[in-house]
Design a protein around this ligand. Sequence first.
Ligand code: ATP
Ligand code: MG
Length: 427
Amino acid sequence: MIKAIRGTRDLLPPDTDLWNRVEAKVRDVFARYNFHEIRTPVFEDTSLFSRSVGEDTDIVTKEMFTWDDKGRAASEKSQSLTLRPENTAGVVRAYIEHGLDKRGTLQKLYYIGPQFRRERPQKGRYRQFYQIGAEIIGPPSAGSESPARDAEVLEMLATLLDELGLRGWTLQLNSVGCAADRARYNQALRDALKPVVATMCADCQRRSETNPLRVLDCKVPEDQPIIEKLPRISQYLDEPCRENFAAVRAMLAAVGVPYTINERMVRGLDYYTRTTFEFTHGDLGAQSAVLGGGRYDGLSESLDGPKAPGIGFAIGEDRLILALQAEGVTADAPLDAYIAPLGAGMNSHALRLARELRRAGVRADLGDESFRLKKSFEAAEKADARYIVIVGENEVAGGQFSVKELATGKQEPIARESLAEYLRRSQ
Ligand code: ATP
Ligand code: MG
């Protein structure tokens, strides 16, 4: 038997009803904040990711699905391609490629789609997973550098999670400063690590040379006491970065979005500057981050684009669904009615009635004339329908249908003209 590849999975009903509910809410909320959808390709030139995400990040060194794509003619050079491990790089590439900066306004873009990382599969960690993300990017003259954009994005996320009915989330907030701050902080980390790094894990030993900031990401338990004693980034922020972070925090306080400062949260991508954040959830175990994001003021330039500061985030949709399910949130897509044809020759009458009802907005499922009444009732119950509508010869002739509410057993005759209205009440 051929099975789905390790780390990939099929999403099936009724779970997909919840996925769709989440995505519909996302589109609704994002539209209220004037975000518009962008769809970028699932694979890109490999260098897009090595140059943006960063050469020494876990994503680029270990997790990408990369292959040499042979040109069609023997003479054509092959090209290194990669399944996107994240979507911000693709969005910024598209922003540059299509000259969106020339529109002169802030671009508020969102995406929903699969991402690919070669990770060890476990609960909340897959090789094909789904992200819902958004970016605000544009020329500084359009206000792209303003801390108000950071606060707007964070407030939108809090609203989205609240409206989805998720309760147990925590916003973890940090500032990783600008490039100069990070250079000074990296040097301080290097100095602090020098006497102790020999006792740390192999990854930390390498990172302490190449990219000391990444040491803070280390999950190895034995390394944690050492990491706890390392210098804190807040002490290395310059005055503008400090003020910027204070402004973001003041605005969050003004709108009542709660957060906790987490100075170790530096995030796994090199392009972040200033504000970085994660929303975590207590029911997710080791994979507690539901979403992550931050500001990336130099990203466009590092991809040879114009100056285009921005801020964005990516929600791990798989984990968001797990968190909602852990809290008992389900999709309510109730079936209004089960239409049960009763007796030979009634299928076409039932189909006609179902057509009328469905066109009038009723969610209806349709049985079969070969079913006896008892079997129709069982089918209606299995389908979780609120009402069952019996379609027999007498009902069709009299223009009146017997409608039974399954939960209560209450039964009423309803005229054909009022039926749709009556059944829709369950929505
Ligand atoms: P983690 O520390 O859990 O590996 P990350 O920092 O690598 O996360 P990001 O690149 O910030 O993750 O992606 C944003 C979100 O996407 C994460 O917060 C998480 O919810 C989700 N995510 C990342 N990798 C995976 C994966 N392999 N499977 C499922 N969801 C993922
Ligand atoms: Mg990761």
